[in-house]
Design a protein around this ligand. Structure first.
Ligand code: C2E
Ligand code: MG
Ligand code: MG
Length: 737
């Protein structure tokens, strides 16, 4: 019974609802099955959530669309919404393809100047300010407000409401926000529904909506004011009249509560920028590390390949390729070292291989390589350039070394099989090529090896000795150079290198006014050497500074001893052009010397040869000036032997010119020489410099010089250079101070 009652109640309720809904239908609405008239409504696309494109269907949607659809439906229309493609709503009004256009606040004039008619208000849209942060706004009249140009009606309304307000128009939202941030405007004004959407953008998190509504705008549809337009509007108004507030609120709430905003790349960057940057940096760092690893790996591989190409796998020596490169390197690094290059070959190596076996042959090659390498220094090289052919780049040294080579390398190789109880004595043929200065300038290792091989062929053919020279005279020269270079330290230490003195006199008074220090070498192997025999070699080998420092020190010792004996004497010392360069503080060195030996600067006269001034002009002039500032006397040596440029005489700030008579009088017309000497003396005097003539050998020369006004002289006519003991004896006899 109870069930039957409930069923009856449900049937009655349904009947009631159907009756109610039929009553709610407008009287003019056609019955359900009837097709409704289509109404094309043009709407903007860029006003989410009022008008926007549905991301799923691509169709227009939003609060405005939804409310219009209801109103049109109630008015018996089937609304079709299309996005307005014209720039402005005013232009769209002229396009006959839309039946009505939305949104209009009130009737306006179309772009072509036609008047329009609008529907009743569909709903109200409140306009609110947005500011940067939560800043307080000045009074509304003095406000500078930014609005989007597309809100034409809103702009007009605002003008009417606040005539003094400054309103700036912008094309789009980003531009207006930028203006707000830059302080161009105090606030932005827009529909608060739009703000609810726009401010979801993380990039705008610094913007704040001000709570109060500035004004509200009507939201209407409109069309051209003509009979057809009026009919449509009239009909639509009937539908709008049926829209209840509850329905309006429901639609507005529905759309404003949706999270319609879709995050784009800029939002993502804004929110996760720092993390992204870190990840990026990490990635870059990893990429750099990976790149470096790959490069290191490649280098390692290249190095391995290079090693393989440059080395001989059997002996571990350099290959032909490696030897060539190493020799080039060494010659560049040691351009003055006397080197020789030997080409060595085992006589009848094929026979050794055939009779004793290939392994025995290999053993011999390895043994030779090992023994040789034990004897080579770092700046020498050895390579296996073919089967049993070895090339060696070696310093030319003294006979001692040759003996050691024979003893340590060649003898053990000769006896390699004999020491194993076999009968074969190993014979080696060597060709020696001694490098010439040209070989250092134009390095051609293959050419040098060819020449050494020519000598090796001779050694093999004449069967006399084990080795042959390609250029024996170079060998002698090289050995001499080696003897000078190698014996220099010993020569200075043992006293074999000495300082001699050649007195300088005043021809008028007969007094000894000074002396020049000149070195001599009693070489334990090469015998008595004059400077001509070793100075140039030491200059070429970059060792002249060692010798000169030694000489200067000895001279200062001697002067100091004479000072102690009460004789104040001055000595001229020679300074090589190589002594003065940027890396050496030669002025400091002379200052330290006179301090150490308690001398006065005038006791050292510093001779710098004339040609040095030409070659190294600026550095020498600077050094000369510094030396003179310190009180030393500077002399230009060998004047007349080189270029003797008059310009240089003017430029170079020396105290004394040392005229080299030898060069001027050795050849040519004596009368002309006398004229030149006479002119030079005159010129030097006129320039305010002192002068001394060296190489004076005869009384006539002395007389002539004196008659021309140069009375300071040095030469064999007076004294030859002499050991210090002899010099002291001469001085004791009463000459000098
Ligand atoms: P220099 O500095 O022009 O020295 C003068 C040279 O002329 C000396 O030769 C001297 O013995 C020689 N001589 C002196 N009077 C006469 C003469 O009347 N007739 C002839 N024919 N010659 C005379 P020496 O001692 O053989 O020195 C030659 C050059 O070697 C020097 O020329 C100087 O440039 C250089 N020299 C000598 N000792 C040193 C030194 O310790 N260091 C440096 N860097 N160079 C030095
Ligand atoms: Mg000199
Ligand atoms: Mg000289």
């Amino acid at each position: 019974m109870r069930e039957i009652k409930i069923r009856h109640a449900a049937i009655i309720l349904c009947a009631l609802l159907i009756t109610l809904s039929v009553l709610d239908m407008p009287a003019w609405a056609s019955s359900e099955g009837d097709a409704k008239e289509a109404l094309t409504v043009g709407v903007p696309v860029d006003r989410c959530p009022i008008f926007y494109r549905d991301p799923n269907t691509g169709e227009p949607t939003g609060i405005g669309v939804e409310l219009m659809r209801f109103a049109a439906d109630d008015a018996g229309y089937s609304a079709i919404f299309r996005f307005i493609e014209e720039e402005t709503i005013k232009e769209a009004l002229d396009n006959g393809e839309y039946d009505v256009i939305m949104p209009l606040g009130s009737a306006i004039t179309s772009a072509s100047g036609q008047s329009t008619t609008v529907t009743d208000n569909l709903f109200q849209t409140p306009f609110t300010f947005v500011t940067k942060g939560n800043r307080a706004l000045p009074p509304l009249d003095h406000l500078r407000v930014g609005m989007l140009r597309s809100l034409g009606g809103g702009i007009e309304t605002l003008h009417q409401l606040y005539p003094d307000m400054e309103i700036l128009e912008y094309e789009n939202m980003p531009q207006s926000v930028q203006a707000l941030r830059a302080g161009e405007v105090d606030a932005l004004l827009h529909n608060s529904y739009v703000w609810s959407y726009v401010l979801q953008k993380p990039l705008y998190s610094d913007l704040t909506v001000q709570p109060s509504t500035v004004f509200s705008m009507d939201f209407r549809a409109g069309t051209l004011d003509n009979p057809r337009g009026q009919a449509v509007i009239e009909r639509l108004n009937r539908g709008i009249a049926l829209l209840t507030d509850t329905r309006r609120q429901a639609v507005i709430l529905d759309y404003t509560s949706r999270r319609l905003y879709r995050y784009d790349v800029s939002d993502f960057l804004h929110q996760h920028g720092q993390v992204l940057l870190l990840v990026l940096l990490l990635f870059v760092a990893l990429a750099v590390i990976a790149g470096q690893r790959i490069q290191a790996f490649r280098r390692e591989q290249d190095e391995k390949i290079r090693q393989m190409l440059d080395h001989d796998s059997l002996t571990g020596l350099l290959s032909m390729n490696g030897f060539r490169k190493r020799v080039e390197e060494l010659l560049r690094a040691h351009p003055d070292a006397p080197y020789f290059l030997s080409y060595n070959n085992i006589r009848d190596f094929k026979f050794i291989n055939d009779s004793l076996g290939r392994e025995a042959g290999d053993e011999l090659l390895r043994f030779w390589a090992r023994k040789s390498m034990e004897n080579l220094s770092d700046d020498e090289a050895m390579g296996r350039v073919a089967a049993d052919h070895f090339a060696v780049l070696r310093h030319i040294s003294d006979d001692e070394q040759t003996k050691l080579d024979e003893q340590n390398v060649f003898e053990p190789v000769h006896n390699f099989f004999i020491d194993q109880g076999k009968e074969n004595r190993v014979q080696i043929c060597s060709g020696i090529y001694v490098l010439t200065p040209k070989d250092f300038r134009e390095i051609d290792v293959d050419h040098m090896l060819d020449l050494a091989r020519v000598a090796e062929n001779q050694a093999r053919e004449n069967r006399k000795g084990d080795f042959e020279f390609y250029n024996r005279e170079q060998w002698e020269r090289g050995k001499r150079i080696a003897d000078i270079i190698n014996y220099l330290p010993k020569g200075m230490e043992s006293g074999d290198i000495r300082v001699w003195y050649q007195p300088q006199v005043n021809y008028e008074t007969g007094e000894i006014t000074g002396a020049e220090a000149l070195c001599r070498w009693d070489h334990s192997k090469l015998g008595w050497l004059q400077p001509a025999g070793f100075i140039e070699t030491l200059e070429e080998a970059g060792l002249i500074y060692e010798l000169d420092s030694f000489v200067w020190d000895r001279v200062c010792q001697d002067i100091s001893r004479w000072n102690a004996q009460g004789h104040h004497r001055s000595v001229s010392v020679n300074v090589s052009r190589d002594d003065i360069n940027e890396s050496r503080d030669i002025t400091g060195q002379f200052s330290r010397l006179i301090q150490a030996y308690d001398l006065t600067p005038d006791q050292l006269r510093i001779e710098i040869t004339e040609t040095a001034y030409v070659e190294n002009h600026d550095i020498l002039i600077e050094a000369t000036q510094k030396l003179r500032d310190l009180g030393f006397q500077v002399e230009m040596d060998d004047f007349g032997s080189g270029y003797s440029s008059l310009h240089m005489l003017k430029e170079v700030p020396v105290d004394r010119i040392k005229l080299d008579l030898h060069f001027l009088t050795s050849s040519g017309d004596p009368e002309k020489s006398r004229t030149i000497v006479s002119c030079m003396i005159n010129m030097v005097r006129l320039l305010g410099m002192q002068m001394i003539a060296e190489g004076v050998e005869t009384v006539e020369q002395a007389e002539f010089l004196d008659s021309q006004g140069c009375s300071e002289m040095q030469g064999y006519y007076f004294y030859k250079p002499m050991p210090v003991e002899d010099f002291e004896v001469i001085m004791q006899k009463g000459y000098g101070a």
